[in-house]
Design a protein around this ligand. Structure first.
Ligand SMILES: [Fe+2]
Length: 406
């Protein structure tokens, strides 16, 4: 059985199934492992991890632990309540109308980031003239309908992680900022910050940056230098505003002081850096990497909510979940009837019941004629049972995002 316990109750003989916290803030990654000696326990506590899941079938039990299933249900209920109390997103055109333009914007943004990062690797300066029009185009697309670009950033190509991640964080920062009522120059600056936030990674050797599997402590020290290095690169660039500088330096800071590089705590962390921390982790854990499958978006939000009290601003995280939805556009979901569908629009009345387009039947393992299903409609006799990984079913679900207007 999986149980959640406070990390200070860990002892040798227990089997760690999962560490609660984003693994970019500590060197353990996603691994499960047995605790053999006191020093193993100390290492977890020293990394600032407060809670863990243990597997009682593979190691010692703890009487005070809570069953993983109970925790999951509570987290889901809290998230639903948080989303219901957050603000509504603004939509001007349909996803179907926006998706073609969004594809061009997305491709262009990826190219600009790739060229820029390549230049930085070669020791050349960052050129803001190329960055600004991209951020402008991303902002315009989001203002027309954020669901189109949000759907596209859900398509992850594992070979291009660092570039795609920058474009995704830019897109998410603008979408999130917009939903919080930011506009004009502030919104643009948030987008620039998103696009540039990991520029310091170009100082990390490729072999470490793209290493499959767990990093050594020494390699992790190198990775942790990227916010400071990025900040320095941008200071040297000239003309970069305070918001992108702040986002670049502080997107790995955590509310409990366990982040890096400056170990800021609570109020010392700006709202922009708190927003960047949320979107950075969300995109990182949903990304396909050469060594791990991307986590479905809904699962990622659930995990982040669970960690939120130590790491993230809970109010901002509620607003973020409201803005992307509990089943974000582009998510693949499975229905009770056995059909698979892609989420094509959020419901204005119930975030748990989006509109989806079904295209596959898992019982016959075959594509079926598409059908738009409004899960919030009283006539809908079906319900979502889970969010799914497209890789599991080998389907190109995003093909079905733009066949007609949503
Ligand atoms: Fe980063």
């Amino acid at each position: 059985m999986l149980k959640k316990i406070p990390a200070d109750r860990l002892r040798p003989g227990m089997y760690v199934h999962e560490l609660c916290g984003d693994w970019m803030s500590h060197p353990f990654w996603l691994s499960s492992f047995a605790l053999k000696r006191d020093s193993d326990v100390r290492r977890i506590l020293d990394a600032g991890i407060r809670e863990v899941y243990i597997d009682t079938a593979r190691g010692l039990d703890d009487a005070e632990g809570r069953r993983a299933e109970d925790v999951k249900q509570d987290v889901q209920k809290e998230m639903e309540a948080a989303i219901r109390s957050a603000e509504e997103p603004v939509i001007q055109v349909s996803v179907g109308e926006e998706i073609r333009r969004a594809r061009q914007v997305h491709a262009q943004a990826n190219k600009v980031v790739r060229d820029m990062m390549h230049d930085v690797r070669l020791g050349k300066a960052v050129s803001l003239e190329n960055v600004e029009p991209v951020v402008e185009a991303v902002t315009d697309s989001i203002l027309r309908n954020s669901n189109a670009l949000l759907g596209l950033i859900g398509i992850k190509n594992k070979d291009d992680y660092t570039f795609q991640h920058s474009v995704s964080v830019c897109t998410l920062m603008i979408t999130f900022g917009r939903s919080l009522g930011l506009d004009g120059e502030v919104l643009r600056q948030a987008g620039i910050g998103g696009l540039l936030h990991d520029i310091g990674k170009m100082k990390v050797p490729d072999a470490v940056l793209n290493k499959p599997g767990r990093l050594t402590d020494e390699e992790f020290v190198l990775i942790k230098q990227h916010p400071g290095d990025g900040h320095e690169i941008l200071l040297g660039t000239g003309g970069v505003g305070d918001i992108p500088l702040d986002i670049t330096r502080h997107h790995h800071e955590r509310l409990d002081g366990g982040g890096y590089p400056d170990r800021l705590q609570g109020e010392q962390i700006s709202d922009m850096a708190r927003m960047a921390a949320i979107v950075d982790v969300y995109d990182a854990i949903t990304a396909e990497r050469c060594y791990h499958r991307g986590m479905p978006a809904t699962e990622a939000l659930r995990k982040m909510w669970e960690w939120s009290k130590d790491h993230f601003d809970q109010k901002l995280l509620s607003a973020f979940m409201r803005c992307v939805g509990i089943y974000p556009v582009g998510s693949l979901v499975r229905l009770e009837s056995g059909r698979l569908g892609v989420v094509i629009a959020q419901s204005p009345v119930d975030s748990m019941k989006p509109t989806i387009r079904t295209f596959f039947n898992t019982r016959s393992n075959a594509y079926v004629p598409t059908e738009v299903v409004d899960m919030a409609s009283p006539r809908c006799g079906d319900r979502i049972v889970s969010d799914e990984s497209p890789g599991r079913w080998k389907v190109d679900h995003l093909r079905f995002l733009d066949v007609e207007t949503a």
